[in-house]
Design a protein around this ligand. Structure first.
Ligand code: PLP
Length: 678
């Protein structure tokens, strides 16, 4: 029963039906029942806390005019809000195929609303005795789904926690990796300053014997052991006062303490590290370089291929150059589902490449940005935790997963950390992103509690690691944070486990929808051949599909973009337009001249019959936007896209609508042309 997909994908809508609120609010009565039930529980909980205090308001107060006026005021403001919200974007509906958001799973909605009443703050166990534990369990769920080991007491043991979103998870990955990468150098400086020379690795090698280049190229796990070896040596060999002075010196010498500029000027000729991402990376990577002071000049972009995946041979060339010039590489980021195209980078090849560079003395972290695609790992996971074969995953599908995509997912456990967004393909309310880290021991490099940084033995006088982690604020970028988010994700994971029989079954359905969409393009292309050229610029790896359009006869990129924008204007969710009147709501993206390899640009322009000479590197005239290609983008995450009857599924409706829009735009243009000719 592997995969559990029925031959008619629409039958799986029956599986989906109980879990979502439903596009026509099908489950509203059930939600109401749940909310009332839990609201009562909450009220009872309040009343049960020191009932002897007799705090209850006097009966008469409820009839007091001022009291009633206050209520009227609140109601009026809430009514105002509720009516304003009617202008919100209907993410829940299958006619919404725009951004990375869809209908919400019921357990998450109810858990979030219910937990908000208790207002737990997951910054520490003190403010959230219940929900911090739920957050750590959510981290375990995600780690297991991705293939990391999470056995307490067995190293490496993964851990994960929630963030406000993928953006902050990406920042945190950089922060984690930097804290480990430059720790060895700080240790060595501190040892020199205090005239200590600890012996490392079974007392075999003095710390002073390491070169700076060697220290910045220790894999994370080795840096963890190095820290332990030094700690053990210092606590047994040095007197306590000297040990304390050494610990203080380590803190002072760290990059986090000196700041980037002072650290690198002190360790000349050591250079600031590079962060290597594909050209398709999310813009949060550039933001992260700014936030951490690493500098966007040190963000190195690797070109992508005809499937929008990182070109690993180009990565290899860059790494060889950096290795030769002795420029440290903080990390290589692979995308597990790009934001624009859903492309899956060959994580397995990045991992293999790291193995080869390690041998040459260049090491780097690997971070997987799976904000979008991370949850797709549930399709590959059997309920018993083992991994499905590619054939099993493929059962009921036509193309997914390609060999490369299958191997990419299988290689994720070799990465150091992963970003994954429950508020995207986990279908839970905002704000819920997450980071999962392969080896939780890295938190020793991060802690804000000075006592833990270096000078206390982990084994003595400290709670077990798991208890420490419950004080989340010590180890993460954020401070106060909603326990309600942890509750929402937790209940969702318990209700729909992260395997092929649970959430994976829903996600597999979205992949089938995307395959059906892709298959339907050929027929649409024929139908519209006398009016426009259609092209899917990059064959999708997952459940995002993009379409480029160009009117027949046009060869100019700028004119094609004008046309694309005019089409999109009728598929757009802008506050001003009455959303209710929209047939479908989509999104768009642009392929910039700058980010596209010439061969790919040539291929796509040819498919659209556009003249490559009209595609320019810089738009000189603001009105002639020819430095990019405008593209319609479809996020196909709503299972109800399959709802309907033969010949009238949403897929059919969408194509009919797109055809109408194209005709209307063409008609408008022809009329305008005639007017100018008159
Ligand atoms: C959405 C996304 C992000 C950012 O996540 P937010 O939750 O919007 O902060 C980062 N990377 C990728 C690949 C994404 O798709």
């Amino acid at each position: 029963m592997a995969g559990a997909a029925s031959t008619d994908p629409r039958l799986d809508l029956d599986f989906v039906a109980p879990w979502f609120f439903g596009p026509a609010a099908e489950n509203a009565a059930f939600v109401e029942e749940l909310l009332v039930e839990f609201l009562r529980d909450h009220a009872a909980w309040r009343r049960a806390f020191h009932p002897e205090d007799r705090l209850a308001s006097r009966e008469e107060l409820f009839a007091d005019p001022a009291f009633l006026a206050a209520r009227t005021k609140m109601r009026r403001e809430l009514l105002r809000l509720s009516s304003a919200l009617q202008q919100a974007v209907p993410f829940f509906h299958p006619r919404y195929v725009g951004h990375m958001t869809g209908d919400l799973l019921l357990p998450g909605i109810v858990a979030k609303l219910l937990t908000t009443l208790y207002n737990p703050n997951n910054v520490s166990e003190e403010g959230a005795p219940v929900t911090t534990e739920l957050e750590l369990e959510v981290g375990d769920d995600l780690a297991r789904m991705l293939g990391f080991s999470v056995v307490d007491g067995q190293e490496p043991c993964g851990w994960g926690h929630l963030t406000s979103g993928g953006t902050v998870a990406n920042y945190e990955a950089l922060w984690n990796l930097r804290s480990a990468k430059f720790f060895g150098v700080a240790l060595q400086s501190a040892a020199a300053l205090t005239q200590l020379d600890p012996l490392i690795g079974g007392e075999s090698r003095p710390l002073s014997n390491y070169s700076v280049w060697e220290l910045v190229n220790l894999p994370v796990d080795d840096m963890i052991s190095l820290r332990r070896d030094v700690l053990a040596w210092v606590t047994t060999r040095a007197d306590p006062l000297l040990g304390h002075a050494f610990a203080e010196a380590v803190r002072r010498e760290r990059i986090e303490s000196l700041g980037t500029a002072a650290f690198f000027s002190q360790h000349r000729p050591l250079q600031p590290p590079q962060v290597v991402v594909p050209a398709s990376a999310h813009y949060s990577w550039a933001k992260g370089m700014k936030v951490l002071g690493l500098g966007t000049a040190n963000l190195l972009r690797i070109p992508v291929d005809h499937r929008m995946r990182m070109v690993v041979s180009a990565l290899e060339e860059q790494l060889a150059r950096l290795s030769e010039q002795q420029v440290p590489v903080l990390c290589v980021v692979g995308m597990l589902g790009t934001t624009e195209f859903g492309a899956i980078d060959p994580i397995h090849e990045i991992v293999a490449l790291r193995g080869r560079f390690r041998e040459q003395g260049l090491d780097f972290g690997i971070h997987v940005d799976g904000a979008w695609g991370g949850y797709l790992a549930s399709i590959f996971r059997r309920p018993d935790g083992s991994r499905h074969s590619r054939e099993e995953v493929r059962d009921g599908l036509a193309y997914f997963p390609s060999q490369s995509v299958y191997e990419a997912f299988a290689a994720v456990p070799a990465a150091d950390s992963v970003t994954i967004d429950p508020h995207k393909l986990g279908y839970v309310p905002y704000a819920a992103g997450a980071i999962v880290v392969r080896n939780r021991e890295v938190v020793d490099f991060l802690t804000q509690d000075a006592a833990y940084v270096f000078d206390r033995d982990d084994a003595i006088g400290q709670p077990p690691r798991r208890r420490q982690l419950a004080n989340l604020g010590q180890y993460i970028l954020e401070g106060s944070k909603p326990g309600a988010a942890a509750a929402a994700v937790h209940v969702t994971h318990r209700s729909l486990p992260l395997d092929s029989g649970g959430l994976g079954r829903i996600l597999k359905l979205t992949i089938r929808i995307s395959e059906m969409f892709l298959d339907s393009v050929a027929a649409a292309r024929e139908r519209l051949a006398d009016r426009v050229r259609l092209c899917v610029p990059f064959e999708p790896d997952t459940n995002l599909i993009c379409l480029a359009v160009n009117p027949v006869g046009n060869t100019s990129v700028a004119a094609a973009n004008d046309f694309g924008r005019a089409v999109f204007a009728r598929l757009k969710a802008d506050g001003a337009a009455a959303l209710a009147g929209r047939e479908f709501i989509g999104s768009y993206t642009s392929l910039t001249h700058e980010s596209m390899p010439a061969a790919e640009a040539a291929r796509i322009l040819a498919a659209l019959n556009l003249d490559p000479a009209t595609f320019v590197p810089v738009a000189t005239d603001r009105r002639v936007l020819a430095d990019h290609l405008f593209i319609l983008r479809h996020t196909l995450m709503n299972p109800w896209f399959l709802a309907g009857n033969e010949g009238d599924f949403y897929l059919d409706k969408y194509w009919r609508h797109l055809e109408e829009v194209i005709d209307a735009v063409l008609l408008g243009r022809n009329q305008a042309d005639r007017r100018t000719q008159m």
